[in-house]
Design a protein around this ligand. Structure first.
Ligand code: H79
Length: 677
């Protein structure tokens, strides 16, 4: 009796403990389903599907047609009366996504043109004003919920239709902005977002876009982010809600920016990033919205390998379809989704809920992984089948348990060790020529022969420099040298950061039981003398500028051009410009730095810029891009130095911010009291 009661008590306690910890996990991790999902469908659909990419004989447009073809708003609005997708079948769309192995759908509730695919109380510029008169998003959300697919909204912050949105397009001179009020627009957008978050059941993601315009600020981003999270703490919100997105690569810049995941667009980051969630969005051909002549479809092979590539780097894949005006998907999209589905039926396990590859590079394909009771399950995505029947997994120190093809679990594959490699004996032919997945179970956490990381704040230094060496592997010693000699079992063991006082090459390597278990990492650190300051006798506050007009793809040779005007400005700013597009500015003068030491200069610009100190190129940030920051390091003696900043803007947003970080000086925008001429 006594024992039984104790037993009951213990069970009750255990259940309590489990439910409490389970509850906490759920609360903390609203991203869990998204990380498990890995694969979603993007849908770009709206009025722009009707012209199908063609205006005035030009056929290269899609969802940007209103702005790119400069269609007057009244003219564009005529599509409202023509929008009648009689073949729209939400359940068929969801079935195609689900059969392709996708776990979520992100559809344009509103694109930049401002037209809403849902029934909104706050505008007539919505689907209820069309002959179709059906809430497209409601039908899709219901079908998704029924099928266990998460429904997500793409919502554009930029709006070319709402009278209160600012700025107007530069070509749109007949739409007055006199009574426009951006605050009112934001209130309107928030109202619509409340509809979208509360009227359609459970919503997965809010995917913002069009945030790059100069009217949208980091503060507005945070405000919108908190507004939505308050409404639904489980919502996942992309980084385009704020200003943290860095160029098309779309990952979030360093610093405090709103948003839960990065959004590379039409590209896959070269390497994954630890502790960062991201999702690559990509078109199947060359347009997001329906374009009737675009036949540049990516092959199924290409799409499936991109999916494996993205998963191997720890990201999600959001693959786009641009439906036609009748409500059907283009046949080429249907075909590709079906083919992807065939592969996912067999191999989905190697994608869902996996983590990034522990390997830096595999010449035959990619790797994803999952933790399992017995250790680690590696999914080896074989793109290039080994001619000699031997798949080499290089630099792996785990003990192998067993291996088989994911598509043929019954047939065990032979695994042997050859020094630091495991060799899997493969069947003669690939099960799937696009990507045959091999499952390799190994004991313990991945123990891969990656070189240790040699890390210092910078590679140049003046007095001394602290260098750290790290490896995330267990049960190893790092040995190192600073005299250029090879690292051996006799080299000193790294135990604490090392301090350099002269130029040296640091080499480091992992050892276990006195045997090397990784390649050797190398880094050169250079001790440098500061650039002598300039004896500037008579200086005045402010910096000289020359201002130019022109249409360039990259910084021109300004010295050969004739400037429109020149003068002196207190600070480095684009506000001296005379037009917002097609111009360039060169700033030149002196900068005074307070102490001798290492300085890092930065330019953040849209479009290109560069920065020179005492005639040396320090920051290279050229080319056409959105606000993008680059930096460069230089040792300077206290006092005056020559500074030259070149900048150009083609069209779209434009800005230039120059900042500086020095010894005892946090990163800051160049201030008036630093600049002279
Ligand atoms: O909805 C699709 C496109 O219509 C939309 N995003 C995808 C998901 C899109 N809008 N603009 N673009 C794509 C290209 C715009 C690029 C630029 Fe920029 C905006 C260049 C400069 C400002 C991106 C942001 C690159 C730099 C900053």
């Amino acid at each position: 009796m006594h024992n039984n009661r104790l037993y009951c008590l213990m069970i009750t306690f255990l259940i309590l403990l489990l439910s409490v910890s389970g509850f906490q996990c759920q609360k903390q991790d609203n991203m869990a389903w998204w990380r498990e999902a890995r694969f979603g469908l993007f849908i770009h659909w709206g009025l722009y599907a009707i012209p199908a990419g063609e205006w005035d004989g030009v056929t290269s447009y899609a969802e940007w047609i209103r702005t790119n073809a400069q269609i007057p708003v009244d003219e564009y609005d005529k599509f409202v009366d023509q929008f009648n997708p009689v073949n729209y079948d939400a359940e068929a769309w969801v079935r195609m996504a689900k059969d392709a192995g996708m776990k979520y759908i992100t559809i344009t509730s509103k694109h930049h043109d401002g037209f809403c695919l849902f029934d909104s109380e706050y505008t007539d510029y919505d689907v209820m004003s069309t002959p179709f008169k059906r809430d497209i998003l409601k039908e899709l959300a219901d079908a998704c919920h029924k099928a266990g697919i998460k429904i997500c909204w793409y919502h554009s912050i930029m709006d070319w239709h709402h009278p209160d949105y600012l700025p107007r397009r530069s070509w749109e001179t007949n739409r007055s902005s006199e009574d426009a009020d951006l605050e009112r627009y934001i209130a309107h957008m928030k109202n619509q977002l409340e509809e979208l978050v509360t009227n359609y059941g459970d919503i997965g993601v809010l995917w913002f876009d069009g945030e790059w315009e100069e009217t949208w600020t980091p503060e507005l981003g945070w405000d919108l982010y908190h507004y939505l999270k308050k409404m639904d703490p489980d919502l996942i919100i992309n980084n385009r809600v704020g200003k943290g997105r860095s160029g098309m690569a779309g990952l979030t810049k360093e610093g405090e920016y709103a948003g839960d995941f990065g959004t590379p667009e039409q590209e896959i980051p070269a390497t994954g990033l630890p502790n960062l969630d991201w999702e690559t969005c990509m078109t199947m051909n060359d347009h997001w919205g329906w374009n009737k002549i675009d036949k540049n479809w990516k092959s199924t092979e290409d799409l499936l390998r991109k999916l494996a590539d993205i998963a191997s780097k720890g990201g999600n894949f959001l693959l786009n379809v641009g439906p036609k005006p009748d409500g059907t998907f283009p046949q080429e999209s249907i075909d590709r989704l079906a083919a992807i589905g065939d592969w996912m039926d067999v191999n989905g396990e190697s994608i869902y809920g996996t983590k990034a590859s522990p390997f830096k590079y595999l010449e035959w394909g990619r790797c994803t992984q999952k933790s399992v009771w017995s250790g680690t399950r590696l999914y080896l995505h074989v793109f290039n089948w080994p001619m000699d029947g031997k798949l080499v997994i290089p630099g792996i120190y785990n003990k192998a348990d067993n291996a088989h093809l994911l598509g043929d679990p019954e047939t065990a594959l032979d695994v042997t060790r050859q020094e630091d490699a495991l060799i899997i004996s493969m069947p003669d032919a690939a099960l799937d020529p696009i990507n045959t997945v091999v499952v390799l179970d190994v004991k313990g956490k991945p123990d891969i022969g990656n070189r240790p990381d040699i890390h210092a704040e910078q590679n140049l230094f003046m007095d001394e420099l602290t260098v750290e060496i790290k490896s995330d592997r267990e049960d190893i010693q790092i040995r190192y040298t600073t005299d250029g000699m090879p690292v051996t079992a006799k080299s000193p063991v790294y135990t604490a950061p090392i301090t350099l006082t002269s130029s040296v090459k640091v080499k480091a390597r992992c050892f276990r039981d006195e045997k090397p278990v990784s390649g050797t990492a190398e880094s050169f650190f250079e001790k440098v003398a500061p650039l002598k300051s300039i004896q500037a006798r008579k200086v005045n506050p402010g910096i000289r500028y020359k201002y130019y007009h022109g249409n360039w793809d990259a910084l021109p040779n300004f010295n050969k051009l004739k400037s429109e005007k020149s003068g002196v400005t207190k600070s480095i700013t684009v506000s001296i410009r005379e037009q917002v597009d097609y111009y360039g500015i060169v700033f030149e003068g002196f900068i005074r730095v307070p102490t001798t030491g290492m300085y890092r200069f930065y330019t953040e610009s849209d479009d290109g810029s560069c920065l020179l100190i005492d005639g040396r190129h320090i920051v290279e940030n050229d080319g056409i891009h959105g606000m993008e920051e680059q930096g460069g390091l230089i040792p300077l003696e206290a006092g005056f130095h020559n500074i030259r900043v070149e900048f150009f803007e083609r069209n779209g947003g434009d800005d230039l911010i120059v900042s500086l970080k020095g010894p005892d000086m946090p990163k800051q925008t160049l201030t008036k009291d630093m600049l002279f001429h």
